[in-house]
Design a protein around this ligand. Sequence first.
Ligand code: HEC
Length: 544
Amino acid sequence: MALKVLTLVASLALAALPAAAQLSGTVRSAAEGAMEGVLVSAQREGGTITVTVVSDAAGRFAFPANRLGPGRHALSVRAAGYRLASPAEVTVRGATTAALELAPSDDLASQLTNAEWLASMPGTEADKHFLRNCVNCHTLRQPLFSAHDHAGFVGVQERMATYAPASGLHIPQRPLADRISNQGPAAAAARMAVFQRQATYLARVNLGSREAWPYPLRPFPRPSGRATRVVITEYDLPEQTRMPHDVVLTGDGTVWYNSFTEQLLGRLDPATGEVREYRVPELKPDAPKGSLALRPDAEGQLWLGLSYQGGVARFNPRTESFRMYPLPANLQANHTQTTEVEPRHLHVDGKVWIEDSGTYSIYQMDVATGAIQVHQPFPIPSPNIYDITTDPQNNVYFTVFGRGDIGRVDARTGQIRIWPTPTPNSNPRRGTLDERGRFWFGEFAGNRIGMFDTRTETFREFIPPTPFSFPYDAVADRNGEVWTGNMMTDRITRLNPENGQMVEYPLPRSTNVRRVFVDNRTTPVTFWVGSNHGASVVRLEPLD
Ligand code: HEC
């Protein structure tokens, strides 16, 4: 939602700013005077890197030294209800200053986040809950700005349901077959009844043939205090179609990403923004393309869960080559969906764990022989199984997304145990075990950050301050703080589990967040994530 380039900069000197800053200044508006919590972004002319800082309580912003480079930069702001009136371009030469003036926006609707739409819309939380599933592929803009009536929305819903989860607005894909539990006439009839009910709600809240939405649009308060102490760097990827579902760093600081709907693995140099992409071989040419999970093993080799391609891939960064591990023929079907792969403790017993969302199975693969042991936590029809994460003995913990449980498969005995989350039907989505044996995960429907202590077998849950957050994933950093992101709020949440306090850092653009990652080598730690509808990789550096 970057605002357009408007006029040229008028430089002026400001006393109280850090001398090393290359670009600093103030943000104000006639309505508020000095403005806190305004995101100020600068992108160098012709560049692919956008750097963002946030104004403090006195309306001051400052880019750290050596981040922008000399030359012309386009400026943009994010502050719901406002647009940048002047200046919108600046030439950075040594220590440069800019005084930004904001004017009322004439298009608040285009500035709202998904969560702000959900909070503005009439109806109960139960009415709105299904909309959290639309944002896999696009924002709520598609339904809410549309002109559809009830019948129109039933048709739209039927079409949406034909797309594989491994889809985006740019690359919709159709699966060769639906999941087992979604097949057959009874399942189709049940689905139609749900579409009818949801279409009634959608026709109530969309633009339709009205002049404006029939309810006030309510943005949340802007960030303040500690949440403004952050620097965000966004790296544009080569094509708009890139959906960097998972962004991870290997031990040497190399940044890697995959693409949810394309056979690609990418490497990003954070210093220059330079990108190198590798084509992942296809296993099933007719099935949807792309990968969901990307995780490094202890050697720094990268593993990809190839979803509908029915297998996993291992990439060796030294030889720059892939080794493919298709599932054996007896485990292949049109609904096979090997979304997750967990190789972190492969060195312990030579095995990687693979999760198949199409058959609700967890596979334990011996990498040397290719032999696979199948674990099926539930009889069919099973609730969906989602993420997998291992402990140091290479036992696997998993999330039961279709319900609200955490499970465990014992690596040696195959014994399976299940623990329900305190919040029922919380839809735990993705997460990672920390060094203290605590499994942190996002409770997507429960709207909570969840923690399962594998040592005491007890849970804790934390509710992010912003309504309709629907956390997707969670990861603990080396200090024991926990980071989460989501597809709704364009905010990254940092939780201190000791006192339950949370900071929510704002993101400069509409950012659909999936896997979250923390680089523990820096002080403070650095947070990384992919922007799934924005085709970029995002680095977030808290200043404390
Ligand atoms: C699996 C991916 C996916 C999901 C989930 C999804 N959509 Fe879409 N949607 C698309 C794609 C792709 C397009 C563009 C192509 C098209 O219109 O079929 C689209 C377009 C749209 C449009 C604009 C086109 C039109 O006909 O008006 C609307 C409205 C829409 N979606 C509504 C929804 C709603 C409501 C939900 C949730 C209940 C939803 N979508 C969930 C993939 C998805």
